[in-house]
Design a protein. Structure first.
Length: 320
């Protein structure tokens, strides 16, 4: 049975992951932390502690107090926010990560810190991006993500820390709103479709990016953490994805249920240029072969479920 510390637990991933891990491992075995107080409890019942990941001593005290064996490090600034605040992004994403992986080393913890499609750059092959390829990201977010992959590998090879990671694509979810990334349009579009029947995308038509539905992302984390270590050759970090889509692809999927929905464009040059530096579609075969990655949701299945769940949450009444 794992005893887990989660940093950044109130974010888009952490809120759903915490609730799910509490179902799997028991609520007393999952300690949720974040730099801010929860506004309402969407992580399920269990222990919550304030933790700023730039404070290594505080992190260490929690690991000792609760006798933890696993650290899931989610606290970070996402791509668009990191581009606006590069020094803060370095502090949180790099110094926070260094603190976390050090705590993992000293206390012998299993360690997971997600990387991203943002770890790739404009020189990376765009289609079926290989697991091992050129990575020269041009954003502060990407620089922290590729550094995180390398640091995690270093801690595995040098100190034997059981580091594992995935390169998440854009994650689409209905529970907690995304925290300031380039792929956030793919969540916003569902909210606006239900509220206003129209959405102005900040990402341009024809811009493909990898995406995945949150239930598949949560399954992937648990599956990778439970995987047989002897099968893991590419630990930090596995390409994973469930679909490669442009804004008009999501709009068409929504229009199957909401024919009057209209997509327009109000392109944001900063996020557009970040998106253009990222791959169109990843090759996920290493994750499939080494630990059985197998997402359940394609675009159509996800769209139906998103609209159903948001219809209830937003108290809208679209017939599905
Ligand atoms: P998020 O922005 O939704 O949540 C991040 C959380 O970290 C927030 O709750 C915030 O309060 C907290 N935080 C910020 N500074 C902190 C600090 N100094 N100390 C402690 N907590 C702090 O992010 P997310 O989408 O849940 O992403 C989690 C991880 O997954 C990040 O490493 C991100 O790069 C990675 N990732 C996310 C996506 C995605 O689409 N959501 C895709 C690829 C990778
Ligand atoms: C972002 O857009 O910054 C994130 C990511 C893909 O890493 N969603």
């Amino acid at each position: 049975m794992k005893k887990i510390l989660i940093t950044g637990a109130l974010g888009q991933i952490g809120s759903e992951l915490t609730a799910r891990l509490r179902e799997v491992y028991g609520s007393q075995n999952v300690i949720a932390t974040d730099i801010r107080q929860p506004e309402f409890s969407n992580t399920g019942t269990g222990i919550f502690e304030i933790l700023d990941v730039t404070n290594q001593q505080d992190m260490e005290m929690l690991v000792e107090e609760y006798q933890l064996d696993t650290l899931i490090h989610l606290a970070a600034l996402l791509s668009a926010v990191a581009e606006a605040k590069p020094q803060l992004a370095w502090d949180v994403n790099m110094n926070g990560l260094m603190n976390a992986v050090e705590v993992a080393r000293v206390h012998g913890l299993q360690f997971f810190c997600p990387s991203s499609i943002g770890a790739f750059g404009p020189q990376t092959p765009k289609d079926h991006t290989p697991q091992v390829t050129i990575q020269r990201p041009t954003t502060m977010y990407g620089i922290t993500k590729i550094s995180g992959e390398l640091l995690s590998d270093y801690y595995f090879h040098k100190f034997g820390v059981d580091t594992r990671s995935v390169r998440f694509p854009g994650l689409i979810s209905y529970d907690t709103l995304p925290g300031g990334g380039t792929t956030d349009y793919a969540v916003d579009i569902f909210y606006e479709a239900l509220h206003k029947k129209t959405y102005a995308s900040f990402i341009a038509a024809g811009t493909k990016m990898d995406m995945m539905y949150m239930p598949d992302a949560i399954d992937a984390i648990i599956q990778l953490l439970e995987a047989d270590a002897s099968r893991l050759h590419h630990r930090n970090a596995y390409n994973i994805s469930a679909m490669s889509v442009a804004p008009e692809d999501i709009a068409r999927a929504i229009q199957k249920y909401l024919p009057e929905f209209e997509l327009t464009y109000a392109v944001d040059p900063v996020r557009q240029s970040i998106a253009e530096s990222w791959p169109n579609s990843l090759d996920v075969s290493c994750a499939v072969n080494e630990w059985g990655f197998s997402p359940k949701y394609d675009l159509d299945r996800m769209t139906k479920d998103m609209l159903k769940k948001l219809n209830k949450k937003l108290e809208t009444s679209v017939a599905l």
